[in-house]
Design a protein around this ligand. Structure first.
Ligand SMILES: C[S@@+](CC[C@H](N)C(=O)[O-])C[C@H]1O[C@@H](n2cnc3c(N)ncnc32)[C@H](O)[C@@H]1O
Length: 362
């Protein structure tokens, strides 16, 4: 297939005003393309994503990806073709823009349910080898007719209805030996070994407003369809997918706030950024609960206030970490194989190893 330019064919970035439709609730804006993704898509959220981007870069030692040797090899392959990179769920566009600056000879396409706010800011011009387009990865992947060297998806899994299907879709548009790069964060409170901290009732020892908020969020999430925290199953999905080889998955735990003693400089900064990230995202849950939850405004207000106080507190009452998951898989050289049957959870899989069990009703 000829290398079709992605920056010239993606025109949405020039008319974002008309395409960036969203509804507004409690001063926050939400996308309306699908009912799967819950978080806001406004400039406040994009600022948070910029901060989260710094956090992930720090975890990656300043890089934009894991397995730098694989990325370098993929992008400097001997074949004489234009390198093309797809960023799925590009958010604020920061990763796409920085990868475009890092590899000026490559072309980058960022797709998302809404466009990055940076496109409306003339003081931050987007590199000419980077374009953005509105697309839903749940139903628009088959409209992409380029062949990519890298498909990147970071922190998008809560908006992906079927991760297994997404991996098949990504394999179809990846070049042989192309790379799938995945990052997820599971916001649940875990201990220093990555085990879920059990949820407690309000008033009991170990009660956490933050965990309570995540429990309420899970109930909202489950009302809209099946559990979508796919990273728990990434390894198994990718290893069972005939289109991939060399699957690598790595987990990194980051404390929420600089509470552990004897932290190194980088670990402290990571913990501070993680704390800041949660403080920035939590107020958005208010709008989501008021829109989709069966919760009173008074309850929601108190819960979010409690979260903000608890996360700021040092040392915190609950010593928790958040788990980040990094995965890579290499597209093998075999012809693309489509999915034959829907993914089945492996025997013994328990979703409550990955998310809080909702509190029993009083
Ligand atoms: C938490 S943000 C992460 C943004 C960016 N990847 C990053 O790491 O900074 C998730 C983004 O994925 C987008 N998203 C969620 N579900 C999506 C879907 N089905 N298709 C395309 N984009 C999606 C959201 O609109 C949002 O911008």
């Amino acid at each position: 297939m000829a290398d079709k330019s992605i920056t010239s064919s993606a025109t949405d970035s020039t008319n974002q005003e008309t395409r960036n439709t969203s509804n507004v609730l409690d001063t926050r804006s939400f996308q309306e393309l699908n009912h799967s993704y819950d978080l806001p898509v406004d400039s406040a959220e994009h600022s948070r994503l910029d901060l989260q981007h710094e956090l992930v870069r720090l975890m990656l030692g300043g890089k934009l990806y894991k397995q730098p040797e694989l990325v370098q090899a993929t992008l400097s392959a001997a074949e004489n073709h234009k390198r093309q990179i797809l960023d799925v769920g590009a958010g604020s566009g920061k990763w796409a823009i920085e990868i475009a600056e890092t590899f000026p000879d490559a072309e980058i396409l960022g797709i998302d349910l809404s466009l990055p706010s940076v496109l409306q800011d003339p003081s931050h011009p987007v590199p000419s080898n980077c374009a953005f387009k509105i697309a839903d990865a749940n139903c628009d992947m088959d409209k992409l007719d380029n062949i990519f060297d890298i498909v990147h998806q970071r922190c998008v899994e809560s908006g992906i209805n079927d991760s297994d299907l997404f991996f098949y879709d990504a394999a179809r548009i990846l070049r042989p030996n192309g790379l799938l790069l995945l990052v997820a964060v599971n916001p649940q409170l875990v201990d220093e070994k990555g085990r879920m901290l059990p949820i407690q009732r309000p008033g009991n020892e170990g009660y956490s407003h933050y965990q309570h908020m995540l429990g309420c969020m899970l109930e909202v999430h489950m009302k809209k369809g099946p559990f979508r925290l796919g990273h728990a199953l990434w390894k198994s999905m990718l290893e069972n997918n005939p289109n991939y080889t060399d699957v690598r998955v790595e987990e990194v735990l980051v404390p929420i706030g600089p509470w552990p003693v004897n932290m190194g400089e980088t670990e402290r900064r990571l913990a501070e950024l993680m704390q800041e990230d949660i403080l920035l995202v939590s107020p958005a849950f208010k709008a989501i609960f008021l829109r989709d939850g069966d919760l009173s405004e008074e309850f929601v207000g108190k819960l979010i206030d409690g979260v903000m106080k608890e996360i700021r507190e040092l040392p915190p009452q609950v010593h928790g970490y958040v788990k980040w998951v990094f995965a890579t898989a290499v597209r093998n050289e075999k012809p693309w194989t489509s999915r034959k049957e829907p993914w089945q959870e492996p025997p013994g899989f328990d979703v409550y190893d990955y998310v809080v069990r909702p509190l029993p009703k009083e």
